[in-house]
Design a binder for this molecule. Structure first.
Ligand code: PMP
Length: 425
């Protein structure tokens, strides 16, 4: 990312950046790019959910959805998402409104009750560690922190986590019990795990007999291009490798229908599903089947999900295109930044010169543009290079988004040139 500049040129560029920043700060902006929330127009696409199930209260098998029970969730909804999440219907649970909650509960249950294949409960072990591919999702890291699980960073590559490192760490250390994976259109860098990565994760020998892949397929259907990217079926790959119990698959309709009012899913081997059901049966008499029924009636089938996601894409793709266009125009020739061009998901990762991310985020906030805190993409909020900034383009309207990205580019030029000038002086 470095381009040699003469002192005179650098001084000119810095003056220009300072003057642009002054203009920016004077505009009194109040823009928020912090979290990957759907925009109101995206939520409008699912407005019909609010009038469903419209007086109907019987599931296909005659279950009265108004009553208790049905811990596994409605079969017809599991049927629809079996295809999307690559989990056979009998091994898929439709649960509450949040997949994060299922991840949280899976960890709590693993701490407190012996996992299939485990020798003891996690809480009885001296140390538990998870591999955390970075950059990654801050709420995964927050879960580990909450439960005292050590986090070991593993660099991401264009094909997923660096598998040589992963294989070495899991082979040598029995306290490494898990890995966080967002295998498709990852949060935040949009990476899609290659077939080889998935197969290696499924096949690798692990020192821990109860090692689990937390396969958070949050963006399974969230394409931004014509290419509907497919990944290898992790449950099948694990089973073929003789590790049937290795993967926990998570997903939800949070970014398909209503964020926080959708349906979350858990899929795994029959043994893991029975284990989770037995534990969940203690905390709930059954999920919200009325919400599940309304989702069935609204989405209808896997094709219905695909058609709905096309409508989501029509709203989201222009925003990602705007981000790419503006970053290219404003920063392309500067050598100060690199950014991702995701084929799906919710985020763009902007990489700035080492040591600059926090300062860029601070300057942007001072100018009224709030970004996800720098460091949030790393365990303990600490990006050792201080270089990664997560951009979440979904929520603002197009005009606001454009203003925010233009402003962000000014901040990158300001901080980047200031750093270079300091280095040269
Ligand atoms: N996993 C990932 C990777 C996410 O990006 C998000 C939302 N930002 C979630 C999980 C949260 O999902 P849910 O709403 O189902 O809890």
């Amino acid at each position: 990312m470095t381009t040699e500049l003469s002192a005179a040129t650098l001084s000119e560029l810095l003056d220009q950046a300072r003057s642009d920043y002054k203009d920016l700060a004077g505009r009194g902006l109040a823009l928020d790019l912090t979290r990957g929330k759907p925009a109101p127009e995206q939520l409008d696409l699912s407005e019909d959910l609010l009038s469903l199930p419209g007086g109907r209260h019987t599931a296909a098998n005659g279950t009265d959805v108004r009553n208790y029970g049905g811990l596994q969730g409605l079969p017809e909804l599991r049927e629809i998402f079996s295809d999307v999440l690559q989990v056979p219907v009998p091994q898929l649970l439709a649960a509450g409104n949040s997949s994060l909650e299922l991840m949280h509960d899976s960890i709590v249950h693993a701490l407190l009750s012996v996992l299939p294949g485990a020798e003891s409960r996690w809480v009885d072990q001296e140390r538990i560690a998870f591999l955390c591919p970075v950059p990654g999702y801050d709420r995964h890291f927050a879960l580990c922190e909450r439960f005292g699980i050590d986090m070991i960073q593993v660099p991401m590559t264009a094909d997923g986590p660096d598998m040589d490192t992963v294989e070495r760490l899991v082979a040598e250390d029995p306290s490494v019990k898990g890995i966080w994976c967002v295998p498709k259109y990852s949060n935040p860098d949009g990476v899609v795990y290659s077939d080889e990565t998935v197969r290696r994760l499924a096949a690798m020998p692990t020192a821990a007999p109860d090692f689990r892949i937390f396969w958070d397929n949050a963006y399974a259907a969230h394409h931004l291009t014509d290419e509907q990217v497919q990944i290898v079926d992790v449950l099948a790959a694990c089973e073929e490798s003789g590790h049937a119990d290795r993967a926990f698959v998570f997903g939800s309709t949070s970014k398909i229908t209503a964020a926080g009012a959708g349906v979350a899913f858990f899929g795994s081997s029959p043994a893991n599903v029975s284990w989770l059901l037995a534990n969940n049966g203690k905390r709930s008499i059954g999920p919200d089947k009325i919400n599940q029924l309304r989702h069935v009636m609204f989405l209808r089938d896997a094709d219905g999900v695909r058609a709905h996601m096309e409508r989501q894409r029509a709203l989201l793709a222009p925003k990602f295109a705007a981000v790419a266009r503006i970053l290219d125009a404003e920063l392309g020739a500067t050598g100060l930044a690199e950014w991702t061009a995701p084929k799906g998901g919710y985020f763009v990762t902007l990489t700035v010169p080492d040591g600059c991310a926090k300062e860029v985020v601070r300057r942007a906030a001072e100018a009224g543009i709030v970004l996800t805190p720098a460091g949030a993409t790393h365990p303990y909020g600490d990006d050792p290079r201080d270089a990664v900034i997560r951009i979440a383009p979904s929520y603002p309207g197009l005009a606001e988004l454009e203003a925010a990205i233009e402003g962000l580019a000014v901040c990158v030029r300001l901080v980047g040139y200031e750093q270079r000038a300091a280095a040269q002086s």
